[in-house]
Design a protein around this ligand. Structure first.
Ligand SMILES: Cc1ncc(C[n+]2csc(CCOP(=O)(O)OP(=O)(O)O)c2C)c(N)n1
Ligand SMILES: [Mg+2]
Length: 822
């Protein structure tokens, strides 16, 4: 309980100073001969070779982009290529001491980091392990393109495999590491500890935190590194990620083996430029990026600046920081100084920097400087370095020839029915537990006070005599959600839940009451007010193999997490070529009564983004069954709830809400009331107003409505709706989402297309007005209420005898509103 953390006035109000430690800047001073005590000669030679491989690989890409050929062999690559020519030492130095359990996440400029980490993994893995990885990955697709019998050893083959897998990915080929669905800015390869790279700059700033969280919660070996550009230090996800990563609770409240800071290095690859803007002196005020750590926690995140033009200085820093992380002292912030000779992208004319500045950095080019040091230390000769360079050139040329050959490296056929990309949009697996071992819980489920309390309630709104019970005596929608969630926590050890006020408070709307007693801190905790990081860390947690249930208190706050939900959560399964799964459930509560910024229904916005499953249950039975399906699936689900109906009891399912587990397939609508004359399809809490409208249509006009609750928006099974329309020949669709661009408009268009011959009137959508949500006192002018439904039926579907519309919804009025955009 946070009750143990008292805020004492005497202490808090006492006079004093906040003290900062000096931040180390380029403190490394070992010489190469000194480093020969800890590194073997082959290791030190490999550092040089690996830098050269990256340089040559990217020079090839640069030539392709700028000249349309490499060594006279033409190829047109229209996609991106953000090169890191000049930055090789920072990548190779970082990777030198990392194992395959150490995972790196990066950015758009990550070719160098990918190759460096891959080459380091190849050096560390034995032949059998390497062969297994290459044979297993993508069913051996990539290996078959490379293994032509010409290689002298498994490691020799593995280096070509790495270069080819990366290049084929950059060129969008099926044998690429991510089936060509990731591309240059996203190429990654988990078996070597290379995790997703993000084209949304700073995107890894919270995803990597979630990855480290996974390691901490599930006691997994290794560390996580977030490689982020210097200019991205201003990005919201980076700041939110840093706040999330440095929460005190890991040390103050988490217990036992879970206690301690996250095993995370937030590393800024500081090349002193954004695209053209300069953080130092122009777009930021920190002057020295390492200063950022000082504001975040008393350890100042052990931040320091490292000379990224010396690979061994970087390796030294990583070794020292890994020790801190191993002792639970993380997270750590590194400011790795580097410089790119290449432009931001090949079209960049470097108009923002002096040629002489680039030349000064070229004068201290790490590949040349380090090569010279190897020669001086007697580990290499001019000839041996020349020989390495020629070998690397040969390799890169061969890789290029393989990757551009359409016979050997075809592109995926996306025109085929059920094509590969379609298959990767959702993983559609059913896995009750993604974790291993026994779940950490604090008590037996039956001892839980809320479970005991709920045992005394009726499972249905209706008693044995058919009479309606008071709400307080029944299991409500919020209770039904709690039951499913609690149960899943006892099944899946890797399931965690967090969000704002999720612990102690019981979640803002009481769904989690009773969870605090059941779960230790590392499975249920309060997050900072950082909706972006709440969603983004869940992405990282899932990418590593976990399952997260996160909550955004109000739907409107999803705006803050827009990137993480729309660009990250939705996209990584398919951007990985189906390699990764994303078992994340985002609970989103749609408000009411609280005005424009707390009451909007954004389910349509989520439905618009491919890659998200979207559900919106309206009854306790459906909420529980859909929550089970969401938490046992492996896809991202945006789970909409409505604050209007958390206390609703079950009035539709015979027998009420079952005590045990059951699943409702995501996508399947449910007929809540049978009828003959008009079908009404509703989404979410609108159901209850639709039922009222249905009752009025029946009592006043003798029309019986078939009322179908969509329950899900994506995916959606149309069959029941089409069957109903075939019977009633008319359909109205209703939801609380604003009318323009509502998912119901898509459904209406689809129904018109599929059932045109059976319809007597066009499908009509009734949603909220295209306004901000007004105050509670006048919300019946905004959300669809029964009168709006009757108006729409009368005006557009079937004239109701003797009925007068309450509000004009004529053709002229619709055209007027549309012309005004309201
Ligand atoms: C959210 C977002 N905003 C803007 C961009 C466009 N963009 C791509 S790279 C870049 C500069 C990033 O600079 P930095 O983080 O220092 O990384 P570097 O390119 O120097 O490696 C920008 C603005 C983007 N990809 N994502
Ligand atoms: Mg930069």
């Amino acid at each position: 309980m946070t009750k143990s953390l008292m805020i004492l006035p005497a202490q808090t109000r006492a006079r004093g100073w906040v003290k900062f430690q000096p931040v180390p800047v380029n403190r490394y001073e070992r010489t190469l001969p000194q480093e020969m005590e800890r590194f073997s000669a082959p290791d030190l030679q490999r550092v040089h070779r690996d830098m050269l491989i990256i340089r040559t690989f990217e020079t090839m890409l640069s030539n392709v982009k700028l000249q349309g050929n490499y060594k006279g062999i033409a190829y047109a690559h229209r996609g991106p290529a953000h090169l890191s020519i000049g930055q090789e030492a920072a990548a190779v130095g970082q990777a030198l001491l990392l194992g395959i359990d150490d995972h790196i996440y990066g950015s758009h400029r990550s070719h160098g980091e990918v190759l460096a980490k891959g080459l380091s993994a190849i050096a560390k893995l034995d032949d059998a392990a390497l062969m297994e990885i290459m044979k297993e990955y993508s069913g051996g697709l990539c290996l078959r393109a490379v293994d032509d019998g010409s290689h002298s050893s498994v490691k020799d083959l593995a280096v070509d495999y790495l270069l080819y897998g990366a290049l084929a990915e950059i060129f969008g080929r099926e044998a690429g590491f991510n089936r060509g669905f990731g591309g240059s800015m996203h190429v990654f390869f988990p078996p070597f500890g290379i995790y997703p790279n993000n084209a949304i700059v700073g995107g890894s700033g919270d995803i990597a935190v979630g990855a480290a969280l996974y390691k901490q919660v599930n006691r997994q070996p290794g560390i996580v590194i977030a490689n982020i550009g210097d200019a991205s230090s201003a990005c919201g996800p980076v700041w939110e990620g840093l706040c999330f990563a440095t929460m005190d609770q890991y040390r103050t409240l988490w217990q036992g083996e879970h206690k301690g800071g996250l095993p995370l290095i937030v590393n800024f690859m500081n090349n002193f430029y954004g695209m053209g803007g300069q953080p130092v002196g122009e777009t930021m005020g920190h002057q020295v990026l390492a200063r950022l750590g000082a504001g975040l926690n008393p350890e100042q995140m052990h931040a320091e600046r490292v000379d990224g033009y010396n690979p061994l200085a970087v390796a030294d820093a990583i070794a020292r920081k890994k020790e801190i992380l191993a002792g639970g002292g993380g997270p750590v912030l590194l400011d790795t100084v580097t410089y790119r000779f290449s432009g931001h992208s090949p079209s960049d004319a470097s108009s923002y920097r002096e040629k002489s500045e680039v030349e000064m950095w070229q004068d201290v080019d790490s590949i040349i400087t380090y090569g010279r040091q190897l020669i001086e230390a007697g580990i290499a000769t001019n000839e041996s370095l020349q020989c390495t360079a020629e070998d690397v050139e040969r390799r890169v040329l061969k890789t290029y020839q393989r990757a551009i050959d359409l016979q050997l490296s075809p592109r995926v056929d996306l025109k085929r029915t059920a094509c590969l990309l379609e298959q990767t949009m959702f993983s559609n697996e059913h896995v009750e537990s993604v974790g291993v071992g026994k779940p950490d819980v604090l008590m037996c489920k039956t001892d839980n006070p809320r479970v005991q309390q709920l045992a005394k309630r009726s499972r249905s709104a209706i008693d044995e005599r058919g009479e309606r019970l008071p709400k307080g005596k029944c299991i409500s929608l919020r209770d039904a959600l709690f039951e499913a969630i609690l149960d899943c926590f006892y099944t899946d050890p890797a399931l965690i839940a967090y969000g704002e006020e999720n612990r102690d408070w019981g979640g803002a709307f009481g769904v989690y009451r009773g969870l605090t007693e059941a779960l230790p801190y590392h499975r249920l905790f309060n997050a900072p007010i950082a909706e972006g990081a709440i969603a983004g860390t869940a992405v990282g947690y899932a990418l590593e193999g976990g399952r997260a249930l996160v909550e955004l208190m109000y739907c409107d706050f999803m705006g803050r997490a827009g990137d993480q939900i729309f660009n990250q959560l939705a996209k990584w399964q398919s951007m990985s070529g189906g390699l990764l799964r994303m078992p994340v459930v985002v609970r989103v509560s749609v408000g009411s009564k609280y005005g424009a910024q707390h009451s909007q229904d954004w389910s349509s916005m989520c439905a618009h983004i491919p890659g998200l499953k979207v559900v919106f249950p309206a009854t306790p039975y459906d909420a529980k069954g859909l929550m089970y399906s969401a938490l046992r699936g492996t896809d991202p689900v945006i789970f909409f709830e409505s604050q209007r109906i958390y206390d609703m009891p079950e009035e539709f399912a015979a027998g009420g809400v079952p005590e045990g587990a059951y699943e409702i397939p995501i996508g399947e609508p449910d007929v809540k009331k049978a009828g003959r004359d008009l079908t009404i399809l509703s989404v979410g809490a609108t159901l209850y107003r639709v039922l009222e409208a249905g009752a009025e249509l029946e009592s006043r006009f003798g029309l019986t409505c078939e009322i179908i609750d969509a329950r899900s928006i994506v995916p959606f099974f149309y069959e029941k709706v089409l069957d109903s329309v075939a019977k009633t020949r008319k359909i109205l669709l209703a939801s609380d989402a604003c009318m323009r661009g509502s998912a119901l408009q898509t459904m209406a268009a689809q129904i018109a297309l599929l059932a045109f011959d059976e319809l007597d009137a066009p499908p009509v959508v009734v949603g909220a007005r295209d306004w901000i949500t007004p105050a509670d006192e006048v919300e019946d002018s905004f959300f669809p209420f029964p009168a709006d439904i009757l108006d729409a039926v009368h005006e557009h579907i079937l004239p109701l005898k003797g009925y007068t519309v309450k509000r004009d919804c004529s053709r002229a009025e619709l055209l007027r509103r549309s012309a005004l955009g309201v």
